[in-house]
Design a protein around this ligand. Sequence first.
Ligand code: SDX
Length: 427
Amino acid sequence: MSKQSFTLTNNQTKQSYEYPILEGTRGPSVLDLRSFFKDSGLFTYDPGYTSTASCTSTVTFIDGAKGELRYRGVPIETLATEHSYMETCYLLLTGELPDKDTLQDFDLEIRHRAFLHEGLRHLFAAFPDNAHPMATLSAAVTALSTFYDDHKSCQDDAGYQEMARRIISKIPTIAAFSYRHSLGIPFIQPDIDLGFTKNFLTMMRAYPGGKMHLCATGHEEIKEVEVRALDTIFTLHADHEQNASTTVVRGVASTGAHPYVAISSGISALWGRAHGGANESVIAQLELIGSVDKVEAFIERAKDPDDDFRLMGFGHRVYKNFDPRAKILKGLQDELRVELNLNTELMAIARKIEEIALNDDYFISRNLYPNIDFYTGIILTALQIPKSMFTPIFVIGRTVGWITQWIEFKKDETSKIARPRQLYRGK
Ligand code: SDX
């Protein structure tokens, strides 16, 4: 066996086993333990997969210590400041950034595919007005799979790409319909004259007949600065390695179910407040704290092991330094503070939390820093997007990452059905 290996010895039986170390392009190498149970009769034990690599991937790279994030090798800072979300989608799906003509064709295809089958509209009527949009979104995406049954058997690049572009383009429409259903107001159909992000904001805000309704910021038209802010938010959420919801998507992919029910499962997993649901909880928490002078008391609660109160938007399994996406969003907040009339009271409370937490040993010793969800909510609030739509916005950004990882799983000949074992302690 090569030097790149581990020898594990069972001290009871004195039996030794050698396992190869597999190297990646970057990041930690892995110990290949696929034959460990067959060799030793023991399972490895790693609830939450804190030390486990579940797959090989070429999509996204995170260096948690450096606060580095790359999609297909391109730094997130470059994508967020020099490219659009549509370019980022094309990059994730194909591995390359598109040239001008390719981008134009891709963008047009996404615009044309944004419409839903008329039959799907009736699904929303089944839900009560106060249904959370994440519930309707997950149900509608599962329902979408019934209109495209052939995608279950797609096996070549052309089939994968058509299936992927279809779901990427329809998610914003479903999300906007979910929101308008919750208000009991008529749906606004997609407009192929509008780009992805402006089209979504229009489907969210317009009155029937297309006129913009007055927003709290008192203007009729959607401002370019709003489109740019939301487009950046979509880019920052596009993919993130093997996070909880992507792990669920790959798990559903491993059983051979329809790709859209894998996405629907990812939506359900993302909803949890420990994951994508945190952005909605952050704003609820800032509103609960209510004023800067109450921040200290809440920070003490977050540190109290007997109090299950956690500082939402803080901490991350991988980033043991600033989440680079949080850094970009913090810059965007400062840039848009005036143009978007950001809620300075909530921002002041958020900044006070940061100021105290980043100097408190409880957070420092546990490497707890603001994550992407800590900043998203303040900008989305300024875009007149209600809290209930924050996680659906995360879904819109992340769908391209989920479906890219689904395709990668399908194309990997070593992929197997996800079937972990357990440490049994029952009768
Ligand atoms: C996302 O994985 C991804 O990449 C996810 C994501 C993506 O793009 O897909 O980045 C998106 O989900 C971001 C995370 C959003 N969630 C939140 O903001 C919720 C609040 N944060 C946590 O619940 C927590 O930090 C997690 C879930 C994010 C990470 O949990 P871990 O890695 O399992 O860490 P842990 O729960 O083991 O905590 C380690 C210690 C514990 O204290 P001790 O037991 O050592 O005394 O840190 C404490 C925790 O109690 N801790 C917190 C805390 N987060 C962790 N204490 C107070 N407030 C917090 N937010």
